[in-house]
Design a protein around this ligand. Structure first.
Ligand SMILES: Cc1ncc(COP(=O)(O)O)c(C=O)c1O
Length: 433
C-alpha cells in the first residue's frame, strides 16, 4: 500500500501537479483514479477496455454535464479538469502583468512543450510547430508549398471543407489543378482505397492530400501505402490528421507523411484552440509560412509560429493534456474507444432499416461511428436523440455520406451507450417523428 502510494506520488510528479501552479492537496477524483490505476495495473489494454469501474474513474477526471450525453466528441472534446485548471491559472497569471508573465515566464514553456509533442509524435522537436488548430497547420502547408500553374494536387471529395476550400482558393489564385477522387465508404478494402489515389496520379501530380480519419464516418485510410506509392512517383504527401493524433496508436514516421497537421482539442483533450504542424526536417526551408517570418526561407520550424500575440495559457495547458493522455496510456485509450464504438454498433446493427456507415474492424475505424436509417433523414434521428433522450450527436450529409455521427470519448460509459441503443430502437419503432 505504502509503495503503491509512493508509486502514485511519483506518477503525480510526472503529471506535473507539483509544478509551478499546482494545488497542494490531491482532489477526490485524482485519488480515485489513482486507486483504479493501481487496481487494474497489469491488465492487458484489450481486457481493460470493458472494465467500467476503471473508466468511471476516468470520467470523474472530467467535468462533463451529467444531464446531457455528449456523443459529438468528433467535433471537439472537453478537457479533463487538470487541463482546465492549468489553463485558468495560466490565464490569471497572464493578467497579473501580461507582457511579463506571457513573454518572459509562460513562453519559457514553449520548447519543453515542443519536445513533449515531438515525443508523442515520434519525431524530432525541430519538426514540430505549435498551432491553434488543424486548419492553421494544414493551411500553412497548402498555401506555403511552392506550386505553379498546371501542377496537380490529388484530393478527395470526402476531405474536410476547410482544407477543400483552401485548395480551391489556391487553384483560383495560382492556376494549380485539383484532381478529385470520390471514395465509396465505408470500405474494408485497402487495395480499393489505395487504387483510388494511385489512379489519379499523373506526371504532373506534385502533392496528394490524404485525410487519415475521414471525419464524416470515421474511416481510417491506408496512409502509409498511399504515401509510399506517391513517393515512388516523387509526389509529396500532406496528411490531415485532425482526427487521428492521440486517438489511436501510431507514430508520424510510420505514416510516411512529409507534412501532417492536427488539432489537439480533439483526441488529446487539450484546450480548445490548440493544434500541431509536423514538417519533415528537409522540407521546412521550402515552405513559406502563412504568417510572414523574418526569414521565410529559414529551415527553422519556428518560422511557422509567427502568429502574433497568442493565448499562451491555452498553449501551456497542452502539457497537462499530454500528461493525462500518458497516464491513461495510448493503447488503453485506443482499445476503449474501439470497444465503445463497437458496443453500440453491434447492439443496433440488426434492427430493421439500420445501416452502419463505419467498419467494426480496428484497421478501418476506431471511436467514430456513423449510422443511418432507411428512408429517414439523418437530422430526424439527430433531433429525436436530443429532444427525447438528451443525447447530443451530429447529422451528416456530405457528398455520398449520410447518417448520424456518434462519437464517444474516454469519459463515456457503457450505461450512456445503453441509453443511445434504447433511443435508436425507439426511433426505429416510430414510423416518422
Ligand atoms: C478531418 C478534419 N480536418 C480538419 C479539421 C479542422 O480542425 P480545426 O477546426 O481544429 O481546425 C477537422 C475538424 O473537425 C476535421 O475533422
Amino acid at each position: 500500500m505504502i509503495s503503491n502510494r509512493r508509486n502514485f506520488l511519483n506518477g503525480l510528479g510526472k503529471l506535473g501537479l507539483g509544478g509551478l501552479l499546482a494545488g497542494v492537496t490531491q482532489p477526490v477524483w485524482s485519488r480515485e483514479l489513482q486507486q483504479k490505476i493501481n487496481q487494474f495495473n497489469g491488465l492487458p489494454a484489450a481486457d481493460l477496455a470493458g472494465e467500467e469501474d476503471f473508466w468511471y474513474a476516468v470520467q470523474q477526471a472530467y467535468t462533463v454535464s451529467p444531464s446531457l450525453i455528449n456523443l459529438n466528441n468528433g467535433g471537439v472534446s472537453p478537457s479533463p479538469r487538470v487541463v482546465q485548471e492549468a489553463m485558468k491559472k495560466y490565464h490569471d497569471l497572464s493578467n497579473e502583468a501580461p507582457s511579463y508573465y506571457m513573454w518572459r515566464i509562460l513562453d519559457q514553456g514553449r520548447e519543453p512543450l515542443r519536445r513533449e509533442l515531438a515525443r508523442l509524435a515520434g519525431v524530432g522537436a525541430e519538426e514540430i510547430a505549435i498551432h491553434r488548430n488543424a486548419s492553421e497547420a494544414l493551411e500553412t502547408v497548402i498555401f506555403g508549398l511552392p506550386l505553379k500553374a498546371g501542377d496537380e494536387v490529388v484530393l478527395s471529395k470526402q476531405d474536410y471543407p476547410n482544407m477543400i476550400n483552401a485548395w480551391k482558393q489556391r487553384a483560383l489564385r495560382d492556376g494549380i489543378k485539383l484532381v478529385w477522387i470520390n471514395l465509396e465508404l465505408p470500405s474494408e478494402n485497402n487495395d480499393y482505397l489505395l487504387s483510388q489515389y494511385t489512379r489519379a496520379f499523373t506526371a504532373r501530380t506534385k502533392v496528394v492530400h490524404v485525410t487519415h480519419i475521414i471525419n464524416w464516418n470515421g474511416q481510417i485510410l491506408p496512409v502509409r501505402a498511399i504515401a509510399d506509392a506517391a513517393h515512388a512517383k516523387g509526389i509529396e504527401v500532406l496528411v490531415d490528421g485532425a482526427h487521428s493524433f492521440a486517438h489511436f496508436l501510431f507514430t508520424l514516421p510510420s505514416l510516411g507523411a512529409d507534412y501532417f497537421g492536427t488539432s489537439l482539442h480533439k483526441w488529446l483533450s487539450a484546450c480548445i484552440g490548440s493544434g500541431l504542424l509536423y514538417v519533415k526536417k528537409e522540407k521546412i526551408a521550402s515552405i513559406y509560412p502563412l504568417f510572414a517570418a523574418g526569414d521565410p526561407k529559414s529551415p527553422d520550424i519556428r518560422k511557422f509560429e509567427s502568429t502574433g500575440t497568442r493565448p499562451f495559457f491555452i498553449e501551456q495547458a497542452i502539457g497537462k493534456a499530454i500528461e493525462f493522455h500518458d497516464m491513461i496510456g495510448a493503447e488503453r485509450k485506443e482499445q476503449r474507444l474501439h470497444y465503445l464504438k463497437n458496443y453500440w454498433m453491434t447492439r443496433i446493427k440488426d434492427l430493421p432499416g439500420v445501416q452502419l456507415g463505419t467498419s467494426l474492424q480496428p484497421a478501418f475505424g476506431c471511436a467514430i461511428g456513423l449510422v443511418s436509417i432507411d428512408d429517414r433523414k439523418p437530422a430526424e434521428l439527430d433531433n429525436f436523440l436530443l429532444d427525447k433522450y438528451k443525447i447530443h450527436t451530429v447529422s451528416i450529409e456530405w457528398e455520398n455520406i449520410r447518417g448520424v455521427r456518434i462519437t464517444p470519448n474516454v469519459y463515456t460509459t457503457t450505461r450512456q451507450l445503453d441509453v443511445l441503443v434504447e433511443a435508436i430502437k425507439a426511433f426505429v419503432n416510430t414510423k416518422s417523428f
